[in-house]
Design a protein around this ligand. Structure first.
Ligand SMILES: O=C([C@H](O)CO)[C@H](O)[C@H](O)COP(=O)(O)O
Length: 187
């Protein structure tokens, strides 16, 4: 089995995708995180899993953050921020959530490969991850990986990097010990 070469190709694909993420979009994303009253995160399937990982680390960082679909998630309001993660930018449920969030007066930021997508067209900003999705549009990069792996992996790494940058620039930057203390102790 050629496992080593697969691992190296996945790492190389990530390097290519990550190097094309625009710094100004990442900075805007970070500013929006800092100015939002509360942060809500949504995404279907693996995009949603990346969203949950992001929300957890934001909670450790001291942010007021919720995941859409959880029973304790409250209603969204003006001054709140919805982070929608959708590789295609066209998933129906995420479009509905983004529309309703806009109606409630919240800001919507889309993490996607496609700025011109349906969800992109109603969002207040986009963070473009120029990766392959399950739709294999002609403009998407080559990949050896199935469906939207390349997008999901890149989202995870880019959002983790944005959290680090956001916490570093915060005047109340939490220590490693403070972040660890917030981690669930019933596990
Ligand atoms: O779970 C997914 C699929 O496995 C592709 O990797 C997607 O994240 C899910 O289908 C949602 O699609 P997008 O909204 O286009 O991210």
């Amino acid at each position: 089995m050629r496992m080593k070469s697969i691992i190296e190709t996945v790492a190389s694909e990530m390097n290519t995708v990550l190097s094309q993420v625009r710094e100004e979009e990442a900075l805007l994303f970070s500013q929006k995180l800092q100015s939002a009253k509360r942060i809500f995160v949504t995404g279907e399937g693996r995009s949603g899993l990346m969203g949950k990982a992001f929300a957890m680390r934001m909670m450790h960082g001291g942010f007021n953050v919720y995941v859409i679909g959880e029973t304790i998630t409250p209603s969204i309001e003006a001054d709140d921020l919805l982070i929608a993660i959708s590789g295609s930018g066209s998933t129906g449920a995420i479009y509905q959530f983004a529309s309703k969030a806009k109606e409630a007066g919240a800001d919507v930021l889309l993490v996607t490969t496609n700025k011109e997508s349906k969800i992109g067209s109603i969002s207040d900003g986009t963070l473009v991850i120029p990766a392959a999705t399950k739709y294999r549009r002609p403009e998407e990069p080559e990949t050896i990986q199935p469906l939207g792996n390349q997008f999901d992996q890149a989202v995870h790494l880019v959002l983790d990097a944005i959290i680090i940058g956001t916490l570093e620039s915060s005047k109340d930057q939490p220590s490693f010990a403070e972040m660890t203390k917030r981690h669930a102790n019933l596990e």
